[in-house]
Structures are given as C-alpha cells and as structure tokens.
Design a protein around this ligand. Structure first.
Ligand SMILES: Nc1ncnc2c1ncn2[C@@H]1O[C@H](COP(=O)(O)OP(=O)(O)O)[C@@H](O)[C@H]1O
Ligand SMILES: CC(C)(COP(=O)(O)O)[C@@H](O)C(=O)NCCC(=O)O
Length: 319
C-alpha cells in the first residue's frame, strides 16, 4: 500500500556512495590475500584489500544472486519447452570503460572473486583486444590510427565467439593481442571450455547493434550480456592516469627489446610526454568521447572512480 503523500522513487537507478554500497556485502567473506591481489593489480592501479571488501565483495554477492536467478529463468524456459536437457547456460558479464581507467584490474578481481563461489567455479575472461584486426590489416584499411575504435575490431568474429560460448559449444577459441608487440600474436589462441561465467572486457562492449549494409540490424556482443559494468571517471583524471602509466611503462615494458614502443624508452621524457599526450588526445580521448562514454547509460552498474583511482560512487540500474 502506498502511503498518501509519500514520494515514490520512480528513478531507473539507485545511486549509492561507497559507504552505503559496502554495507551490502552482508556476510560475504573476503577470500583474497594481499599477495593474490598484488598479482591482479594493473600498472598504476591502487586497488587494495579495503577496496576489494567495500566495492568488489558486494558486487560479487549481487552477481552470485543474479546467476542463481538467471539459472531459475533458464530452467523455467526449459520446463515450458518440455525439454529434458538440463544444460546450464553461461552467465555473461560485460565490462566497459576508457583506455587506462582500470577495466582489466576490475575484470581480473571479479574473475577471482566469482570463481571462489562454489556454485560457479569456472569463470573465463576474454579481453576484446584479441579481436582487433592485426596491424597489417589495419594498415591495409588505412585505420592504424584508429586502434580501439569500433571499426578496428572484427566484430562479427567477436559476436560469434560470445554466441558460441553462450550456446554451450564444448570449446571456443579467440585470437590473443599483445601490448608488447602492439599486435595480434600469431599462432596463439585463448581457449574457453563451457565456463559457468564469461567476463567480456573491452572499450566497446556496450555498443548497441549496428545496421548492416543490407539494412538489417546486426547482433551486438552486448545482446548476450546478463549484467554489465561501466568503469567511469572524469576524463581529465583518466588522461592523467594514461600519461603516468606511459611514463612508468617507459621504465619497464618499453625497455624490452621486443616492445613496439622501445623507441619511446630511448627518447627524452619531454618528447615521450608530448607523444603520449598526442596519442591520448587524437586516439583514446576521441574514442572515449565519441564511442565509449555514450554507452555508459546501457550498463547495469556504473563504478565511478575519484581522482585517486578508488571507487567513490556506484549507480545500479533497477529497471
Ligand atoms: N604499451 C603497453 N605495454 C604494456 N602494457 C600495456 C601497454 N598499454 C597498456 N598496457 C596494459 O594493458 C592493460 C589494459 O590496458 P587498457 O586497455 O588501457 O585498459 P585498462 O587500463 O582500463 O585496464 C593494462 O593492464 C595496462 O597496464
Ligand atoms: C588495445 C586497446 C585498443 C584496448 O583494447 P580492448 O581490450 O579494450 O578492446 C588499447 O589499449 C590501445 O592500445 N589503444 C591504442 C592507442 C594507444 O596506444 O593507447
């Protein structure tokens, strides 16, 4: 019964600060040690065990409830169809956000936490960079400067991969991208074998379906998501993290003789900063503003980070 005069919250979203969200962890135990977390943390990311407890444990609890509810729905459908086959459909989670916002750390932590629930131990993680066209193909198409934009991916192959995993195909494989060589790795594949949960992480995973040349809408990878997370922060903060990470990479990964970026380890810091600022402005920020940010409203959950890289607010979709 609605009390006369009481304001009803008709918003599609629940907005929570970190404190309120952290209480929703309930009694979910913390199954990660500081050493294990250290392995999962990306370069420049500051995530610590407090962040895991406050932000990721409530999320793993929510996802565990969603997985159970989705299995219930699938089982209702199987009963309705009079089908005896009791096959569990994998639960698919999308993780989107800008370059350098920390998507991969979020994806790796979630994978570890979700795999520790006894009812869904097998969690596979796909990063969409494996479906970027190889550099030779990007060059042939004249879009080498558009790496990360929707047109730089083999979207049909990506959708086919996720559709096959969702359909329960015994073994599905994807190409692998290397940040070191800045290209697809020849002869290497990621193999996924009927996981309970598939996490799909990448810049453009929340893009809506595009219209094909025949005028018909194509399937989008987001059509297969049961839940999605957008990792969000102010563009000026992400730019700062990108530039800081580039300088750190100069001291580490770029020194590897196999690194595509080795020439940026050799130049002066001033020259390197000027180069990284150009890449940010002309590629990554442009892509963020034109393609990635417009998909934020499609996410089930938005994790909003503050300037210090920690999650400060969350927005969960109710309807
Ligand atoms: N040039 C590079 N060399 C080595 N590692 C890199 C390079 N660029 C990015 N990375 C690493 O690749 C991962 C993905 O980075 P990115 O696509 O920017 O997404 P995010 O920062 O949101 O996880 C991060 O762990 C990052 O540290
Ligand atoms: C490989 C990426 C496109 C990210 O791909 P994703 O896994 O998000 O699909 C990106 O990290 C990247 O390298 N962009 C090119 C511009 C740059 O060097 O920052």
């Amino acid at each position: 019964m609605v009390t006369p005069g009481a304001a009803r919250d008709l918003s599609r979203y629940v907005e929570l600060d970190r404190e309120a969200w952290s209480r929703l962890r309930a009694s979910t135990p913390l199954p990660l040690t500081a050493d294990e977390l250290e392995r999962l943390r990306g370069l420049g990311d500051v995530v610590d065990l407090d962040e895991v407890s406050d932000v990721y444990l409530p999320l793993s609890r929510l996802l565990n409830l969603y997985v159970a509810a989705t299995r219930g729905l699938n089982s209702a459908l199987t009963t309705f169809l009079g089908n005896d086959e009791r096959r569990t459909t994998p639960f698919v989670i999308g993780i989107a956000g800008s370059v350098a916002v920390g998507k991969s750390t979020t994806a790796r932590i979630l994978r570890e936490l979700l795999a520790r629930w006894p009812d869904h131990p097998h969690v596979a993680l796909l990063t969409t960079d494996g479906f970027l066209y190889p550099n030779a193909e990007l060059e042939r198409r004249g879009i080498m400067h558009r790496k990360g934009f929707p047109e730089s991916y083999d979207q049909r192959a990506l959708v086919r991969f996720v559709a096959d995993v969702k359909a329960g195909k015994p073994e599905v494989s994807a190409p692998v991208y290397s940040h070191l060589s800045y290209d697809i790795v020849p002869d290497e594949r990621l193999v996924v074998r009927q996981p309970d949960i598939l996490i799909v992480e990448g810049l453009n995973v929340l893009q809506p379906a595009r219209i094909g040349p025949d005028g018909r809408p194509r399937l989008a990878v987001s059509d297969f998501f049961d839940f999605s997370v957008y990792v969000d922060a102010r563009t000026s903060d992400i730019r700062h993290w990108y530039l800081e990470r580039f300088l750190k990479l100069r001291q580490t990964a770029f020194r590897d003789p196999a690194s595509y970026f080795r020439r940026y380890a050799a130049m002066t810091e001033e020259e390197a900063v000027a180069y990284a600022q150009g890449v940010w402005r002309d590629i990554n920020e442009l892509n963020l503003v034109q393609n990635v940010l417009p998909t934020r409203g499609r996410a089930t959950l938005v994790l909003r980070k503050g300037a210090d890289h920690t999650v400060s607010r969350l927005r969960l979709r109710k309807l």
